[in-house]
Design a protein around this ligand. Structure first.
Ligand code: HEM
Length: 540
């Protein structure tokens, strides 16, 4: 009998998620092209305003998009054309979420202090140095330079309004802002949107949101009503039980929502539930918001110069800037993974969700039977030492897939996964100006990513990824180097980020960057309560 067909007798029983109580931003996540963020501050000294805010939250709770509604919206969207009427009505296409910082939550309920997360309680400003942000207040990226959530100006609450078109999103955001201001709450807003020239791509030019964790769990008692779609043929065991889309690891829901099973050393066996303390935090999640500026000109100037320097070294002839940048991401601009197409980009593969995540780092991938057949793209070969995709590539730093890491065996990556639900902000830098300096740029570099990440533990997920794997040159696997794309200089040796790269014939070279391509300019740590907590505990 074939090894792949043997040991397990049945698929793991996945929990039914409380779809009407969990906010849709957490499960299955908002992936809308237009967003407006509302930053709320409630004057602490005004009991009256706090009471008005509570009343407003109580009413708003009925509008907040549940996991059920968000999943339905996604399914409608996927069945293109099946629901034109729904799409035309703004109501159906607009999604809302609300989250609170510890400061904000304490204004609503004293029980907020009992949430046992030091990161959440302290807030992002206090944890900024740990994340590798500059500790010199004169350097941009230090919290004192932030445009949102700066020291002493931390926001109490974050509202996300998301939709398919700009105008309805802005109209709904304005309506909410007017109501909140009427209640005495200070509101600032910020728009995010997919790039008009390259939808789905972040500002450096790479497709983003290609890899997301699959969330285990069912939306109802129906055994096939999975929150994350399954695409591997049931005969393929264990892959059919491990993946949503091919290569998309299914992660137990407690890694994203409090009160559900988390990961255990065996991905098919549930671990203990994520702790929901106090009890009303059940069905809630933590949301990390980072407003990240991207210096696109600096990124491409550095890549151009490094590519030219390396191309003169033995083993690196012909290295151009697109190839070097793609190596540092681990994917080509289209999202096609380096491990499947190491020679050149394949936009068709990049756009194919049934194939663009099917690769591992330490093992070859075998042909896989799917419920819907897909073209035979080249299969990925094992690359344990990073000969094809560098160990420091961004996607290798934040998701070790099947490779062991400093944290142990392959399953160690499951408990580090986050759901990324942010969007870019600011105008794209036209391709023709990609080497432009900030002084020459009409937008003065005011573009980047409104990074939003959902998890059940800020410490073990977002902070771990940023501080331990992204910024550390020796982790998750040595000798890799720093994450050149998003890593922080202050945590790097001598302020220089570096990583190793293999050329032909095992030639090895070091890529270096002194400038900071990604600079934090705001953010905060938030709790996303369940809808029942919004209507009850937080409004009493
Ligand atoms: C401006 C900053 C950032 C840029 C431009 C960026 C860009 C990208 C790109 C192009 C990808 C590959 C496409 C994909 O798999 O979705 C990616 C993947 C990813 N990024 Fe980032 N990223 C940024 C910041 C971060 C931060 C701060 C974190 C976490 C602390 C992070 C975590 C991830 C994760 C978990 C993946 C998926 C990896 C996988 O599962 O294969 N990113 N990012």
């Amino acid at each position: 009998m074939n090894q792949r067909q043997t040991p397990r007798l049945q698929a793991p029983l996945e929990p039914i998620l409380d779809m009407n109580d969990i906010q849709g931003i957490a499960v299955p996540g908002f992936f809308k092209p237009y967003q407006t963020l509302l930053y709320l501050t409630v004057p602490a000294d005004s009991r009256e305003t706090v009471d008005h805010f509570k009343t407003w939250i109580g009413n708003f709770a009925t509008q907040v998009s549940s996991a059920e509604k968000t999943l339905q919206d996604r399914r409608d969207h996927r069945q293109k054309g099946a629901s034109p009427a729904r799409k035309r009505t703004n109501e159906a296409a607009i999604l809302y979420a609300i989250a609170f910082s510890a400061i904000g939550l304490r204004k609503l309920t004293p029980g907020a202090s009992d949430i046992p997360s030091p990161a959440f309680q302290q807030g992002m400003v206090a944890r900024s140095a740990l994340l590798g942000d500059p500790i010199d207040p004169t350097v941009s990226g230090h919290p004192s330079t932030w445009t949102v959530g700066a020291p002493g100006a931390e926001i109490d609450s974050l509202i996300v309004v998301a939709g398919n078109d700009r105008d309805p999103v802005s109209e709904h955001a304005e309506k909410l802002s007017a109501e909140l201001r009427e209640a005495g709450v200070k509101v600032d807003t910020e728009d995010g949107a997919v790039r008009s020239d390259l939808p789905g791509h972040e500002h450096f030019g790479f497709d983003d949101g290609v890899s997301q964790p699959g969330i285990r769990g069912r939306a109802s008692a129906n055994p096939h009503n999975f929150v994350t779609e399954r695409h591997v043929a049931p005969s393929e065991i264990p892959e059919a039980w491990l993946y949503g889309y091919p290569g998309q690891d299914l992660v137990w829901p407690g890694e994203f929502v409090l009160g559900y099973a988390t990961t255990s050393p065996d991905p098919l066996i549930p671990g203990p539930p994520s702790e929901a303390k106090p009890g009303w935090t059940r069905n809630g999640s933590f949301l990390v918001y980072r407003r990240l500026l991207q210096d696109v000109g600096l990124f491409w100037r550095t890549i151009r110069d490094e590519a030219a320097r390396l191309a003169a070294l033995p083993g690196f002839a012909g290295l151009d800037d697109e190839r070097l940048a793609s190596l540092l991401v681990g994917r080509w601009p289209s999202g096609a993974p380096f491990l499947r197409v190491p020679v050149k980009d394949d936009p068709e593969l990049g756009a194919e969700p049934l194939a663009n995540n099917y690769f591992q780092f330490d093992s070859d991938t075998a042909p896989l039977k799917l419920t819907t057949p897909v073209k035979n793209y080249p299969l990925a070969k094992a690359d344990p030492v990073g000969l094809t995709c560098p160990l420091a590539a961004h996607i290798r730093k934040v998701n070790t897939r099947d490779a062991p890491s400093d944290m142990g065996g392959r399953s160690a990556t499951y408990e580090r996964r986050i759901l990324r639900v942010g969007v870019p902000f600011g105008p794209p830098l036209p391709e023709a100006q990609k080497y432009t300096t900030l002084d020459e740029d009409p937008a003065h570099g005011k573009r980047g990513l409104l990074f939003l990440g959902v998890q059940s533990s800020i410490e073990d997920q977002f902070e771990f990824l940023q501080a331990r794997w992204i910024n550390d040159e020796a982790r998750p696997k040595a000798p890799g180097g720093n994450d050149m794309v998003v890593g922080q200089n202050t945590s790097a040796r001598g302020g220089i980020r570096r990583c190793s790269l293999f050329g032909s014939g095992f030639a090895q070279a070091e890529v270096r960057a002194t400038g900071q391509f990604v600079v934090p300019s705001g953010g905060g740590y938030f709790f996303v309560p369940s809808i029942s907590a919004l209507g009850d505990v937080l409004t009493k």
